[in-house]
Write a protein that binds this ligand. Sequence first.
Ligand code: PLP
Length: 387
Amino acid sequence: MNSIYVDNNATTKVDPKVLDAILPYFSELYGNPSSMHSFGGSNGQKIRQAREKLAALINALPDEIVFTSCGTESDNTAIMAAVNSLPEKKHIITTRVEHPAVKNMFEHLAQNNFNVTFVPVDKRGRLDLQYLYDKLSDDTAVVSIMWANNETGVVFPIEEISQVLSKKGIVFHTDAVQAAGKVPIDVKKAKVDMLSLSGHKFHAPKGIGALYVRKGTRFSPYLIGGHQEKGRRGGTENVASIIGMGEAGRLALEELDETSRQMAKLRDKLENELLRRVPRSIVNGDTANRLPGTTNISFEFVEGEAILLMLNEFGICASSGSACTSGSLEPSHVLRAMGVPYTAAHGSIRFSLSKYNTEEEIDYIIEKLPPIIERLRNMSPFWKEAS
Ligand code: PLP
């Protein structure tokens, strides 16, 4: 069997239809969309079509989409645009479980005279909404809350929060990088001012992102340069990847019901079987409110990294946290915020599925993983003590 890729929250395979759509733009169709001649100008038309397709994915207007280089740039741009547009306000709010693209930006601002509130989550990773609402004040410039968590898949009630914030005139940004293409997103219902997207999480290439900016939102560019993106993001457009992201967005919308049903079914089988076969295994996160393809399971008294290495020998690619935190042996900040005990946080594995995973692959993981945990536990003095 080839490798079994269940690390789709880290990145996804480019859909072959997306690849077909973009290949000509690396070779014969290399024009600059800003050029006066039609060779370049026709690429401008292609970008407009991509903008329309991506807007449809989240029910936005095409002009509300600004293409960026990645989810991180979208997040940074949104937060800086919000604080720059309200220079007299010095209070900013986010959660304790954001991706580093938001978390580290808030920590950076905390060192630059901003007063930051990090909203806590409960044991199941659910946001403490009352805490959030109690902290809102006239000095609050922006609230940034992710739509879905990359490590646990827990989905936050963005629509509900937006109703409170829009009445107070506080800028509301959401990082929907993990949610897009997996759950429905409608910016007419969830009245966010800005929303971040990243192409490589839904079968477009890496290195392309987008920021939704609601019409009328005060905005300042993060990359200052040419007139591209109506002056909202300087830099010659990544034509091929923009076209790819548009096509991937179109496919994601078209396939949403079917793929989310399929992913949830396979995820549930994987989760239920692992919980049944492996004693002292626990699901991290609110199982009632999760992305369809994500499960984060702690196997107590084993190291996640050791599990990953052994899975890797069987060609199984999973993750022990977000891609950005793996490589460090510190338990993830998300699991720590949820109060997951140390012995469980260290042995947590994230499986994240895509439309390409099959039942055969899930059966293979179910067969291979329990003996790995048993072997590792047999080597662990802590396990012997606990069992
Ligand atoms: N936000 C979330 C929730 C993510 O999961 C990621 C990537 O893992 C990002 C932002 C960053 O996206 P990008 O890799 O496109 O910069």
